[in-house]
Write a protein that binds this ligand. Structure first.
Ligand SMILES: [Zn+2]
Length: 169
């Protein structure tokens, strides 16, 4: 990437930029790129239609560099060295609106959500087997992260970022 002369903005986040407070987690679906939102909405709707004993919830959609830097600092930089690492990249698909994280909340026998979030890996694997993301143009990235779904052709989409009006935040 070329930068205009005189541009003194750092091109990469350094440790000095790590926020000391967790930047807000965004879960609004309308922050997603349409190219990802449309298939993601369809996939989640189909999963909810077929699997009714849980409620599907999207817990994170678009991220800013600031939040990604905070996540990346976990387990890597002061003052977060004692916490586990939770991401491996600063260049997440979330920053392009091309990924979302979802969870399942168990429903009671009247269909109302309980406080019980399902974290079992087997349950996520089962959902992906029951409603495969592939035909929707999506993929999960298990075992790295089971809650994360992103555009299957994200690399190709990013090659056409301006045509698709993709914006990195
Ligand atoms: Zn994710």
């Amino acid at each position: 990437m070329t930068r205009p002369k005189g541009d003194t903005m750092p091109s990469q986040t350094t440790t000095a930029d790590i926020p000391t407070v967790e930047p807000v987690r965004v879960d609004q679906l309308d922050t997603l790129a349409p190219a990802f939102k449309a298939p993601y909405d369809a996939w989640i709707a189909e999963a909810q239609r077929q699997i009714q004993h849980v409620e599907f919830r999207t817990i994170e959609t678009r991220r800013t560099l600031q939040r990604q830097s905070w996540l990346y600092a976990q387990g890597r930089a002061e003052p977060y060295l004692d916490t586990p690492q939770i991401t491996w990249t600063l260049d997440s698909r979330h920053r392009w609106g091309l990924a979302a994280d979802w969870i399942m909340v168990r429903r009671d026998n009247r269909g109302n959500p309980t406080a019980e979030v399902i974290w079992s890996i087997q349950s996520y694997k089962w959902v992906y087997r029951t409603v495969p993301p592939g035909p929707y143009g999506l993929r999960h990235i298990g075992p790295a992260e089971w809650m994360h779904v992103e555009l299957l052709l994200a690399d190709e989409a990013l090659e056409h970022a301006s045509q698709m009006d993709l914006k990195q935040t």
